[in-house]
Design a protein around this ligand. Structure first.
Ligand code: ATP
Length: 248
């Protein structure tokens, strides 16, 4: 039934500057409680798809030209980003976009305010984020711009968690980070998924890591969905990695 699906993308097409078509036919379905990896080579359209879901294409002179986005059974195709956050669809796009001159904690608080939380809820949210990422607790008074890449990514994820997402949308969380940090981030996300049922859609160039943590994978090629499978079916399948994903 429709209501089993948390997110449905139906035949999305998108362009930039009314000219360059980057998405032709992107479709996918996600059930509640799933981790779905959105895979594809450089330029396949992963980031554009995530921006379309979060309604952030306009900011880059991009637009959806076809298709529908259903979140939680409701057509959210035209809803403004802040409204989507309020409904529980929270993006962490372009890796780690922190306010560099604000402290780690100020960045986290900003996420809670965006999510419309009270002071008490913000305080509870901060405790939760510091429990998940103990490292951030130690850095709470540091300017984000002076923290490591891993800490900035954790801050960006923590800020999204402050808004109490039901669907967390992540763009290449592994980008530029050491393998150990990548594992920390993915295992924390997996923990949230297991314990709280948080649904996660994660675009990754690093298919090896993403397939290890995801339940299902959707592969984009040239702006269209070409494969939608259980992640377990794709693990260790070098021929598929080579065909669609470029070098692993
Ligand atoms: P990457 O890993 O490089 O981000 P991706 O799969 O996320 O790859 P997109 O970033 O969605 O792919 O890019 C898809 C295509 O759209 C690429 O050809 C890219 O050059 C183009 N593109 C992305 N952003 C813009 C923009 N703001 N204006 C014009 N073209 C863009």
């Amino acid at each position: 039934a429709m209501t089993d699906h948390l997110l449905v993308l139906e035949g999305l097409a998108a362009t930039y500057n009314h000219a360059i078509r980057v998405l032709s036919h992107v479709s996918l379905t996600m059930r509640r409680g799933e981790i779905v990896a959105l895979l594809g080579a450089n330029g396949a359209g992963k980031s554009t798809t995530l921006k379309a879901i979060s309604n952030l294409l306009n900011a880059e002179r991009g637009q959806l030209t076809r298709g529908h986005i259903l979140f939680d059974g409701r057509d959210t195709t035209a809803l403004p980003p802040a409204e989507l956050v309020r409904l529980g669809l929270v993006p962490v796009l372009e890796g780690r976009r922190c306010f560099r001159t604000l402290t780690v904690e100020e960045n986290l608080v900003a996420g809670g305010i965006g999510g419309g939380l009270s002071r008490r809820e913000v305080a509870a949210g901060l405790e939760r984020v510091y429990t998940l990422f103990p490292h951030l607790g130690e850095r709470r008074r540091s300017a984000s711009g002076l923290t490591s890449g891993g800490e900035q990514q954790m801050t960006a994820i923590g800020r999204a968690l402050m808004a109490r997402p039901r669907l967390l949308v992540l763009d290449e969380p592994s980008m530029g980070l050491a393998p150990l940090v990548v594992e920390t981030i993915f295992s924390t996300l997996k923990g949230l998924n297991g314990e709280e049922g948080l649904s996660i859609l994660v675009a990754e160039q690093n298919s090896t890591v993403a397939l290890r943590y995801a339940h299902r994978a959707v592969v984009l090629d040239g702006g269209s969905t070409v494969l939608e499978r259980d992640a377990a079916d794709l693990r260790g399948r070098a021929e598929i990695t080579a065909l669609y994903l470029g070098s692993p």
